[in-house]
Write a protein that binds this ligand. Structure first.
Ligand code: PHE
Length: 379
């Protein structure tokens, strides 16, 4: 190598390292339960959004108004607890000065955080919080998922029409916006169809409850055809086991809160034969789904659940919106998200006037501890 070429190389290397040291950066916040009773939800969320942002960074960053920015994704653990979620939102905004937030995961946590972001004009996309109230908080709040009035009616319709159930029972957490909302919609829809809700049993705070025998004893006496276990996977697995131990023979139905690699491990065969409503199926042949499933599984050694898919989608929606906004100002980002209209992994997303996407649902059946695609339900 001649000397001239050698020095040229050194200069190029120096310039490169200087420019990358000063590469512009934007901060995006994440709030998710990385520990606690719904920890698999948060881990999937962080993995998938992180994967999306890593890919953007590897390709040079987000182009905002002609400048490329690398994304610094800062994730806070809310432990599935609303008060901790509110502090996480505050910390990300006040201390880290993030320009937008992806989070949180469970509806009660998101509901605790979004009023703070709305007041500060920081756009939020919750990947997975399905409680209807979440986006009613204000015009900076969006989601990547459908809402519980849809999901709850899907479960009721499926129970009545596909399972031919006429007597339904529900067990839910009356201190949780998600499970309470689902229980109400299920009951109203099932009764409208002509079914009878023979038991409607609640308790307070599933993360602190391990014994459901009082509620299940009442349910057993009512002898339902289906039992809607309207909670998250830890509680659902306990309810399923205790119900079978008591001799309840009803078919179990559920909603997206069942979606965890832990469900069948914890519930064992008690949950076999159950059906739940979810946001996507990893068996969907659409190329975008199959590419994502392959990439995520290679990276994390696990098939992506709906939490992963929706977090990936939320990250795609945000990056695309930042590029179209051409600005890091909250109002510009908000307007760009509102105008989003593209296919993402979980389907086509366009926002209605309440900043909710209209999307189809997948019914999944649990067979031998595996999640098997059963059917798609369109809105
Ligand atoms: N929809 C649930 C909630 O609001 C969160 C969730 C989404 C859980 C998807 C599992 C899968 O609170």
């Amino acid at each position: 190598m001649n000397k001239k070429y050698f020095f040229l190389m050194i200069i190029v290397c120096l310039l490169f390292s200087v420019s990358s040291t000063f590469a512009a950066e934007i901060k995006i916040g994440g709030v998710a339960p990385l520990t606690g009773h719904v920890a698999t939800f948060g881990i999937s969320t962080k993995n998938a959004a992180g994967m999306a942002f890593d890919k953007v960074n590897a390709a040079g960053g987000v182009n905002i108004g002609g400048t490329k920015y690398l994304i610094n994704y800062i994730v806070e653990d809310d432990q599935g607890t609303p008060e901790i979620a509110a502090n996480a939102f505050r910390k990300l905004m006040d201390q880290d000065e993030v320009i937008a937030i992806i989070g949180s995961v469970t509806s009660s946590c998101t509901l605790a955080g979004v009023p703070i972001a709305q007041d500060a004009g920081i756009p939020v996309i919750t990947p997975t919080s399905t409680a209807e109230k979440v986006t009613q908080t204000g015009d900076y709040i969006f989601r990547a998922c459908f809402i519980d009035p849809f999901q709850g009616s899907v479960v009721a319709n499926f129970s009545y029409n596909d399972l031919n159930a006429r007597k339904g029972a529900v067990i839910f957490d009356n201190a949780n916006d998600y499970t309470k909302g689902l229980a109400e919609v299920f009951k109203a829809t099932f009764e409208n169809l002509g079914g009878e809700v023979v038991a409607y049993e609640s308790f307070t705070e599933e993360s602190k409850t391990v014994d459901f025998s009082a509620q299940l004893t009442n349910i057993k006496a009512a002898n339902p055809d289906v039992l809607f276990l309207a909670g998250y996977y830890n509680a659902v697995s306990l309810e399923a086991k205790q119900a079978r131990d008591l001799g309840i023979t009803a078919t179990f139905v559920g909603a997206d809160g069942w979606d965890s690699s832990e469900l069948a491990k914890l519930a064992g065969e008690a949950i076999d034969g159950g059906y739940f409503c979810n946001h996507y199926s990893s068996e969907d042949p659409r190329p975008m789904v199959q590419n994502f499933v392959k990439e995520y599984s290679e990276k994390f050694g696990q098939t992506p659940d709906a939490l992963a898919t929706l977090a990936y989608d939320a990250a795609l929606i945000l990056v695309d919106s930042l590029e179209r906004a051409g600005s890091t100002e909250g109002a510009a980002i908000r307007d760009a998200i509102k105008a989003f209209n593209k296919e993402v992994v979980s389907g086509q997303i366009t926002y209605d006037e309440n900043r909710n996407p209209i999307k189809s649902a997948a019914i999944i059946k649990v067979e031998d501890g595996k999640f098997v695609f059963h059917k798609t339900v369109n809105p």
